[in-house]
Design a protein around this ligand. Structure first.
Ligand SMILES: Nc1nc2c([nH]c(=O)n2[C@H]2C[C@H](O)[C@@H](COP(=O)(O)OP(=O)(O)OP(=O)(O)O)O2)c(=O)[nH]1
Length: 130
C-alpha cells in the first residue's frame, strides 16, 4: 500500500519557527505540530503546503527546500517537511489549531510536540540557518 504524505511546514521568519497547537482530534489536541496537512491526490507536496497554510493560517507562503527525512505517523501516513517563508499575511489559528507560537532555536523544546514530530523538528534544527 502506498503511504499518504502529510506535509509539514517549517515556517521560518526572523530567526523563529512557527509551532501550532492542535485543537482536534481529542487524542492530538493540546500537542504541538508543524502546520500542514494531507497531500490530496494529484497534488504536489509543495502545492499542498501552500494550500494548507492558506486554509489553516490565512497566509501566503512560499516553499523552500525539503528537510531530509520522512517520519511515520499513524498507519498509512508519513510526514515530510519543507521549509517555507511568509510572503503575505500574519498567521492566525483559523482551522485545526488554537494557539500559535514563534520559537527561537533555544525555545524549540518549550512546547509539547507530538511524539511523532520530535524527530522531524530535530531535522529542521539541523538545516536551520538563523
Ligand atoms: N499537519 C500536521 N499533521 C500532523 C503532524 N504530525 C502528525 O502526526 N500529524 C497528523 C495529524 C493528522 O492525523 C494528520 C494530518 O491531517 P490534518 O488533519 O492536519 O490534515 P488535513 O487538513 O488535510 O485534514 P482533513 O480534514 O482534510 O483530513 O497527520 C504535523 O506535524 N503536521
Amino acid at each position: 500500500m502506498t503511504e499518504r504524505i502529510v506535509v509539514g511546514a517549517a515556517l521560518l521568519s526572523g530567526g523563529r519557527l512557527l509551532a501550532a497547537r492542535r485543537s482536534a482530534p481529542p487524542e492530538l489536541a493540546g500537542r504541538w505540530e508543524l502546520p500542514g496537512g494531507k497531500v490530496e491526490p494529484g497534488e504536489t507536496p509543495e502545492h499542498a503546503l501552500v494550500r494548507e497554510l492558506r486554509e489553516e493560517l490565512g497566509v501566503t507562503a512560499e516553499p523552500g527546500g525539503r528537510v531530509p527525512g520522512e517520519w511515520s505517523l499513524k498507519p498509512g501516513y508519513v510526514l515530510q517537511v519543507w521549509t517555507a517563508r511568509l510572503l503575505a499575511g500574519t498567521p492566525e489559528p483559523l482551522e485545526d489549531h488554537d494557539e500559535l507560537r514563534w520559537l527561537t532555536p533555544g525555545q524549540i523544546w518549550d512546547v509539547d510536540w507530538l511524539d511523532q514530530d520530535v524527530a522531524a523538528v530535530k531535522a529542521v534544527l539541523g538545516v536551520w540557518n538563523t
